[in-house]
Design a protein around this ligand. Structure first.
Ligand code: LHQ
Length: 261
């Protein structure tokens, strides 16, 4: 059984984390297949949006801890190795992908699993889903971008509460706190997420890629630098075929037919 399922339909590359008996905890194979799927999303023009979800009752329980267990007397593990070779490149790849990634958090998202959800561009959650910064329970620090995303999304007080106490945050609170875009009833999540991803896949892909860059670079920019960046990105967006199509469709009061170029 492959630890990642990938399918493509109408411009959407659907990626399902598929180790349901381990709540889709990450192992090296899963990292490798996820990397390949994201490379495909980046390389193929026909892929214009990504939909990420998990099989079974969980979204992702983070690192498979069975592979990080240190027996008494054994030498300590250097965790920076897997962070450097797997988790950091994954988060960087997701952020840099010039196409939208929709995440359908179908159940519990813990540790790196929670933060990989937050690294997606549009996070949707099932009403029964929860988010757990599980790291401190095992003496670790939030990784996979958690210490970057959390304070920016919810403020330092809530980020510290989540990280120190490692208690589950229910989907409705996550929505109220601004960690996720929308919560759907469990039975509706996948259909709604699929519709949203399909809508994005039919959109002005190039503009979406530039939009991601604008939003994500703003965190480290002054207003001056950000205004300059917006100017430069808008120049590029304005040269796109989809901009022409968007304005022409508006003027003619018809639906635009974007090509993602
Ligand atoms: C798991 C896991 C799991 C293995 C559930 N591993 N089996 C990066 C780089 C290097 C090193 C370290 O870490 C990192 C980043 C990280 O992600 S650190 C954080 C790792 N994750 C966690 O600490 C979460 C561990 N899991 C849990 O706390 C619970 O499973 C949660 C709260 C997610 C769900 O609880 P329950 O709904 O009660 O389910 P469960 O605990 O019964 O889990 C179901 C099965 O999944 C169970 O297996 P079993 O064979 O007994 O049915 C668990 O052992 C397995 N599982 N998470 N991370």
């Amino acid at each position: 059984m492959s630890s990642i399922l990938v399918s493509q339909d109408a411009g959407v590359l659907a990626i399902t984390l598929n180790r349901p008996d381990k709540l889709n905890a990450f192992n090296p194979e899963m990292h490798q297949l996820l990397r390949k799927a994201l490379e495909r999303a980046a390389d193929e023009h026909e892929v214009r949006a990504v939909l990420l979800t998990g099989a079974g009752r969980g979204f992702c329980a983070g690192q498979d801890l069975a592979e990080r267990n240190v027996e008494p007397g054994a030498a300590p593990l250097d965790l920076s190795v897997s962070i450097g070779s797997h988790y950091n490149p994954l988060v960087r790849r997701m952020h840099a992908l010039p196409k939208p990634i929709v995440c359908a958090v179908n159940g519990v998202a813990a540790g790196a699993g929670a933060n990989i959800a937050l690294a997606c561009d549009l996070v949707l959650a099932a009403r029964s889903a929860s988010f757990i910064q599980a790291f401190s329970k095992i003496g670790l620090v939030p990784d996979s971008g958690g210490s970057y995303f959390l304070p920016r999304l919810v403020g330092t007080a809530r980020a510290m509460g989540l990280a120190l106490l490692a208690e589950p945050l229910c989907a409705e609170d996550a929505e109220r706190w601004g960690l996720v875009w929308k919560v759907f009833d469990d039975g509706e999540l996948l259909e709604q997420a699929g519709q949203i991803a399909a809508r994005l896949a039919a959109g002005p892909t190039k503009g979406y890629g530039l939009l991601k860059k604008a939003m994500y670079e703003s965190a480290g920019n002054s207003l001056d630098a950000q205004l300059d960046l917006e100017r430069d990105l808008q120049r590029e967006a304005g040269f796109s075929e989809d901009y022409r199509e968007g304005v022409s469709a508006f003027m003619k009061k018809r639906k635009p037919a974007f090509k993602g170029k």
